[in-house]
Write a protein that binds this ligand. Structure first.
Ligand code: NDP
Ligand SMILES: CC[C@](O)(C(C)=O)C(=O)O
Ligand code: MG
Ligand code: MG
Length: 337
């Protein structure tokens, strides 16, 4: 492998067990990190604003909750798991005043460091432990004795042991059970943004919606279109997940495979690839980050409009009805733990 991968035997859990960890934020990632660290024998405190909706949940799950400033003041390791857009203000107001030599500032995604929105002082360690999966899966895997692979990176090594500490943290959330890959803040941030925009979230959602539109506009039943363009996608992705695209092609019929090989490249053609390159260059230049921060500062007008349009797409109503027939997949959108 061209990357360095670290497993449980390479990580010393004792390092993070010897520190007090403040997990700032208790959402998708925050709850998974905090509960798993606690179950790994780490002293954890949660930092949330007094009015935060997440406070009750963290307290119900047996964790001590204080304000972000109080948590930062008492902790040795401060893990920022508040939304990326909130982090720069949160850092300036509540974290920076409590940083001191010997402390470490950790991130679950490199956005704020990569785009210079947070500039920590030179005497603290700055590292990242970024699970490559949603927080609820991170927690579920940990509870099952497994783990989600994660990326580990060091931006600033003031102590000389920042990487070992980050690896120890990764072990505490189950990451080294599956494997922790060493990377940089730049590589993690740029590839994460590209993946979610062009392929995983943006690309996949647009592909599914467009396929559904083509079938229903041609007069086919929305229910049938839903099965063909959304429901079965999971079955196909599961096969890719288990054994790559080759495994999926082995498992589907020859008719499907011939259609895939001959038609797929017409859907995702040279123009789409060129657009993906453009998206990557907007990420690399910082154009996307500037646009997103400005959108957030302006109260997210486009975000709200596009989110509402997506929620009103006919595929959602069809899906709600059909999932009502499938007890095993009917999960509320906002399910958290
Ligand atoms: N979602 C994921 O699975 C992944 C996320 N990441 C990264 O992890 C980080 C966290 O993302 P995610 O878990 O999705 O976030 P969520 O939106 O799920 O949760 C954010 C949490 O932060 C809290 N919060 C909001 N404002 C503040 C504040 N000012 N101070 C302290 N806490 C605050 C929220 O509380 P409230 O309830 O009050 O809103 C909530 O508990 C981001 O850097 C993200 O890029 C990385 C990999 C995957
Ligand atoms: C794919 C989306 C993600 O990057 C993730 C779960 O890894 C995110 O930012 O939520
Ligand atoms: Mg990601
Ligand atoms: Mg992401």
């Amino acid at each position: 492998m061209s990357v360095e991968v670290y497993y449980d035997d390479d990580a010393d859990l004792g390092l993070i067990q010897g520190k007090k960890v403040a997990v700032i934020g208790y959402g998708s990632q925050g709850h998974a990190h905090a509960l798993s660290l606690r179950d790994s024998g780490v002293d954890v405190v949660i930092g949330l604003p007094t009015g935060s909706k997440s406070r009750v949940k963290a307290e119900e799950q047996g964790l001590r909750v204080v304000t972000p400033a109080e948590a930062a003041a008492e902790a040795d390791v401060i893990m920022l798991l508040a939304p990326d857009t909130v982090q720069r203000t949160l850092y300036a107001e509540s974290i920076a005043p409590h940083l001191a030599p010997g402390k470490a500032l950790f991130f679950g995604h490199g956005f704020n460091i990569r785009y210079d929105l947070i500039k920590p002082p030179a005497e603290v360690d700055v590292a990242m432990v970024a699970p490559k999966g949603p927080g609820h899966l991170v927690r579920r895997q940990y509870v099952d004795g497994k783990g989600v692979p994660c990326l580990v990176a060091v931006e600033q090594d003031a102590s000389g042991s920042a990487f070992a500490l980050a690896l120890s943290y990764a072990k505490g959330i189950g990451g080294t059970r599956a494997g922790a890959i060493r990377t940089t803040f730049t590589e993690e941030t740029e590839t994460d943004l590209f993946g979610e925009q062009a392929v995983l979230c943006g690309g996949a959602a647009a592909l599914v919606q467009t396929g559904f539109e083509v079938l229903t506009e041609a007069g086919y039943a929305p229910e049938i279109a839903y099965f063909e363009c959304l429901h079965e996608l999971k079955l196909i992705v599961d096969l890719m997940y288990e054994g790559g695209i080759a495994r999926m092609r082995y498992s589907v019929s020859d008719t499907a495979e011939y259609g895939d090989l001959s038609r797929g490249p017409r859907v995702v053609d040279a123009r789409v690839k060129e657009e993906m390159r453009k998206i990557l260059s907007e990420i690399q230049s910082g154009e996307f980050a500037r646009e997103w921060i400005a959108e957030d500062d302006a109260g997210r007008p486009n975000f709200a409009k596009w989110r509402a349009e997506g929620a009103a797409h006919p595929i959602e109503e069809t899906g709600r009805k059909l999932r009502g027939m499938m007890s095993w997949v009917d999960r509320p959108i906002t399910e958290t733990a």
